[in-house]
Design a protein around this ligand. Structure first.
Ligand SMILES: O=C(O)CCC(=O)C(=O)O
Ligand SMILES: [Fe+2]
Length: 395
């Protein structure tokens, strides 16, 4: 590992902060001897499934090449075609090692296993009133189907970490590492993805990067998420669906791959296909905001979470995510100056004059998710109107 990015990140993260933070942070990334890093129990998720599943066939993009113009030119077609066709790709060689990735899962588990229930309640997000994803979402907040409610806990926090959000006691020692991790996701993963997506539309390379400033007002966030095993009755009544089929509403979702197989995407032939686990890889997908900005060229694909295969049943499933949104003030209109869009044609879900800003879209979607009244359509999927657009949900 090259120490220079870590130093750069540290300088950005903790400008003027105490030196011990630097030692803790660099130490936790195993790049210098550290006298102490805060203890977190090891989270061991168990092995990947051995079952033969109907896996989605997605491109794997090697980010060891993303740092040079030549490398980006080489990677652009795979990113472009993957996000145009499937809305999902895998990324490998993103620059963090397996132990660094594992440490973030250890920290994520602290948010669930080490925080007492009454403290979780105290830090519960008030989605409906604030339209903000900050704090816990406890189990059974969302309706899935037939009266079955979810068994998922979230802990969400704004990427800035220091500032608005407040944290339960057990998480407080890990804030420097969470901030460093957020910055790594932002500058070393999100921004290069956005560059490849811009190049894929033959747009100026920084056009989407400039809409995703780490310091700008906006709600790009870090999420830790734990799925708990469910009763047989819930499995039957919800037809094994743990999290309803949906599109993400931000621009880009970065999912740190973990071994419990449960995520599926809805393919063009109408079949649900499984996302497979790749050690220390990322699963990256397009959200609605990027679909709008790209005039439908990049697809916000429907995905859901269901009961894992037989050899993984009864296990908890811990996830770590970076959900990127454009900065609050960005109006989500298609970049029609793209020569690619001019060749293939623009698709609009909303007239340009009515296009929401990122802030309007995120507030509407955050407040409504999992609790609003949905209209059931003839083919069985459900719909609602939010921020001037039709939002679909699938079971
Ligand atoms: O848990 C997963 O694998 C996916 C979760 C998801 O789609 C979401 O939180 O938006
Ligand atoms: Fe999602």
């Amino acid at each position: 590992m090259d120490i220079s990015w870590a130093m750069r990140m540290y300088a950005r993260s903790f400008r003027g902060a105490l030196d011990c933070r630097c030692i803790l942070y660099l130490g936790s990334l195993n790049i210098m001897p550290a006298p102490t890093i805060p203890y977190a129990p090891r989270y061991v998720p168990g092995p990947a499934t051995k079952e033969d599943m109907d896996w989605a066939d997605l491109p794997i993009i090697d980010f060891s090449k993303v740092g040079t113009p030549e490398g980006r030119a080489e990677l652009t077609p795979a990113m472009r075609d993957g996000m145009h066709t499937h809305g999902f790709v895998y990324i490998i060689n993103h620059g963090l090692t397996q132990p660094q990735r594992d440490r973030m899962f250890d920290i994520a588990d602290v948010a669930f296993a080490q925080v007492p229930e009454d403290e979780k309640k105290q830090f519960t997000a008030n989605f409906k009133e604030t339209g903000l994803y900050s704090g816990y979402k406890l189990r059974q907040y969302w309706h899935i189907d037939n009266g079955v409610r979810d068994q998922i806990e979230h802990f969400n926090t704004n990427r800035q970490i220091y500032g608005r959000d407040i944290y339960p006691k057990a998480l407080q020692p890990f804030l420097p590492e969470m901030r460093a991790f957020a910055e790594y996701n932002h500058y070393n993963i999100l921004h290069p993805i956005l560059r490849l997506l811009a190049l894929g539309m033959e747009l100026p390379e920084e056009i989407f990067v400039d809409m995703h400033k780490f310091e700008a007002p906006g709600e790009t966030w870090l999420r830790m998420m734990k799925y708990y095993p469910r009763s047989e009755e819930d499995e039957t009544n919800s037809k094994n669906v743990w999290l309803k089929g949906h599109t993400d509403f931000g621009t880009i979702t970065i999912l740190w791959s973990q071994p419990v197989t449960a995520l599926q995407i809805l393919s063009h032939d109408g079949k649900w296909r499984w996302i497979r686990h790749i050690d220390n890889a990322l699963v990256v997908n397009i959200g609605d905001a990027m679909e709008l900005l790209s005039g439908g060229f990049y697809k916000g694909t429907i995905h859901r979470v269901v009961q894992p295969p037989a050899d993984q049943r009864g296990r908890e499933r811990l996830g770590v995510f970076y959900f990127a949104l454009a900065d609050d003030g960005v109006r989500l209109v298609p970049r029609v100056e793209s020569p690619v869009l001019q060749r293939v044609g623009v698709q609009r879900r909303v007239a340009d004059g009515d296009a929401p800003t990122m802030e309007t879209l995120r507030r509407a979607r955050t407040a409504a998710y999992g609790t609003s009244t949905l209209k059931r359509r003839a083919d069985g999927h459900e719909e609602e109107e939010l921020a001037g657009m039709t939002v679909k949900h699938f079971n």
